[in-house]
Write a protein that binds this ligand. Structure first.
Ligand code: AMP
Ligand code: MG
Length: 517
């Protein structure tokens, strides 16, 4: 057996649904429903995160064991686990959708660690009461994308749920990937995710929508006690709830700054996909900005409205926080302090965004005017954002602008009018750096700590998927290794830092993704 000790606070302290099993139903007066994972025929481990395994106290031998495979495929439930699906609601694309819940996620139990705890959760392990009309399963392509990006985000220093294992089930799952009537069987997979808590804004919304005020208070106190222990010293419940809401606003603002820094586009920022801990959660049709375009979204389901485009993420986060504020209003009574916290979100976000942009440029003091001009230039001709910041770090003189060529999709743009703008900007930028006392090496160091070289580019994920679907996981292994040190240049790894090739521009899975997974 694996050396994991469980202490299930969530299911021990909070009310659960009286019925067990996956029969679809609307649940009341409860926060979860007990349900067992569905066994699978022929599980095979494609990858395990050694970094997370270590945190959990699992050795290499543990990861390779038959128990590990059977447990994280959903075939075996360990003593001490208490499998259940969470009940929550949410606003989807701006509209209240009512009860959603874990339709294909099953929480296994909370592992106790020397510092805190981690809930382990299987995604794609079969039906739950919240599966609605769907099957509770996941396919390899979306599972691999979630697995890789969760761990990549962690190593980038960005709050995120983690991923422990990627297992194919040996069973086929039928999906209509592009929603165009061409359903086809695909390999099924299960990912084991981990987070201190998978609670979302939608949990609070669900309780408020059902009018279960007493339970809302109890649940909020539970979350504060287990996930925000520093706030328990505030004796007054109303004050404590307000301090907690401010903290959630703060963490969410910081998360948005991180996403903007690295060019991550979540794709489905519905309130049921917003972590109460301020972590990145639910990797679906996410994408990474390749050419810098604030209007870009990878999610074809959102192609018309582009509600969740890159440049709109901070505003959407604030809108989502407003829905959370509405949900907890009964606990606070007065809307004013909640409104104040929401305005403070904007102040925190803007101030931290400026500081982050300064660091990306290797500056100590923010210079908004320089940033504005750079973003404009980047949008003027197709510019790979990730490569650009790394190349900028190497430039010491305004005339060295040719060094930026590799970041451009049409390097010839560096001749002519565009070049003038770039030269002028470089002159002003380098003289500002000098003025701030940032010598070449200091500037470069600060920049390369804030500008990753390796991010899980959309087309690289597709290449890893293509190989894995053929049974070859060597690219996945190599990539996972590299993504552990995303800020450090590594040997023979150019292909993992290269800009999007032309073939990937319009290929499904590379620049266009649907919610079908
Ligand atoms: P998402 O926006 O992808 O996080 O999912 C929205 C809702 O649909 C959540 O309640 C999910 O649990 C549910 N869902 C998505 N895919 C499936 C599936 N294959 N089977 C059951 N439920 C699903
Ligand atoms: Mg979700």
């Amino acid at each position: 057996m694996l050396p994991l000790a469980f202490n299930n606070q969530f299911t021990a302290c909070l009310p659960g649904d009286a019925e067990t099993g996956p029969r679809r139903r609307l649940v009341k007066d409860a926060l979860f429903s007990r349900v067992q994972p569905t066994p699978v025929r022929a599980p095979k481990l494609l990858h395990a995160s050694r970094a997370l395994a270590q945190t959990l106290g699992l050795s290499e031998a543990d990861c390779q064991s038959e128990d590990f495979l059977q447990i994280f495929a959903g075939n075996q439930v360990m003593p001490g686990m208490d499998p259940h699906a969470g009940c929550y609601g949410g606003h989807q694309f701006g509209n209240w959708a009512g009860q959603l819940g874990d339709g294909r996620a099953i929480n296994l139990g909370e592992v106790e660690l020397s510092q805190g705890h981690l809930m382990l959760q299987l995604k794609g392990a079969g039906e739950t009461p919240y599966s609605r009309t769907a099957d509770g399963l996941a396919v390899l392509r979306s599972s691999l994308r979630e697995y890789v990006c969760s761990e990549a985000m962690f190593h980038l220093g960005i709050p995120t749920t983690r991923a422990l294992s990627l297992i194919v089930t040996g069973e086929a799952v039928v999906r209509d990937m592009l929603y165009d009537g061409n359903a086809a069987p695909e390999p099924g997979a299960v990912v084991c995710r981990a987070s201190s808590s998978f609670v979302r804004f939608g949990h609070f919304q669900m309780l408020a929508a059902r009018g279960e005020e007493h339970l809302l208070g109890q649940f909020t106190d539970f979350i504060i006690r287990t996930e925000f222990p520093a706030l328990t010293s505030i004796a007054d419940q109303r004050e404590r709830t307000l301090a907690w809401f401010s903290e959630v606003c703060d963490r969410t603002a910081k998360l948005m700054v991180h996403w903007m820094r690295v060019g991550f586009v979540h794709g489905v920022m519905n309130t049921d996909n917003m972590s109460i801990l301020g972590e990145t959660i639910d990797y679906g049709p996410y994408g990474w900005l390749e050419n810098f375009d604030p209007a870009w979204t990878p999610n074809t389901t959102d192609a018309g409205q582009r509600r969740y485009r890159y440049g709109q993420q901070p505003a959407v986060a604030q809108w989502n926080l407003m829905q959370l504020a509405n949900a907890i209003l009964p606990l606070v009574q007065d809307p004013k302090p909640l409104e104040d916290a929401l305005s403070h979100f904007v102040t925190v976000y803007e101030q931290q965004w400026q500081q982050m942009m300064a660091s990306k440029l290797g500056l100590l003091v923010p210079r908004p005017e320089l940033v504005e001009r750079l973003l404009k230039l980047m949008a003027e001709t197709e510019t790979d954002m990730t490569i650009l910041y790394r190349k900028l770090a190497d430039i010491d003189q305004p005339h060295e602008l040719a060094a930026l060529g590799p970041a451009l999709y049409q390097p010839e743009a560096l001749e002519g009018e565009f070049a003038e703008g770039v030269s002028k900007w470089l002159r002003d930028y380098l003289s500002e750096a000098e003025h701030q006392g940032q010598g070449a090496s200091q500037r470069k160091q600060l920049m390369n700590r804030n500008n990753p070289l390796y991010v899980p580019r959309n087309y690289l994920a597709q290449l890893a998927i293509d190989d894995a679907e053929q049974g070859d996981c060597s690219r996945l292994q190599r990539w996972m290794q590299l993504l552990q040190s995303p800020y450090e240049e590594q040997e023979d790894a150019e292909e993992f830092a290269a800009k999007r090739p032309e073939w990937a521009r319009h290929r499904a899975g590379c620049s266009m993704l649907s919610c079908s997974s």
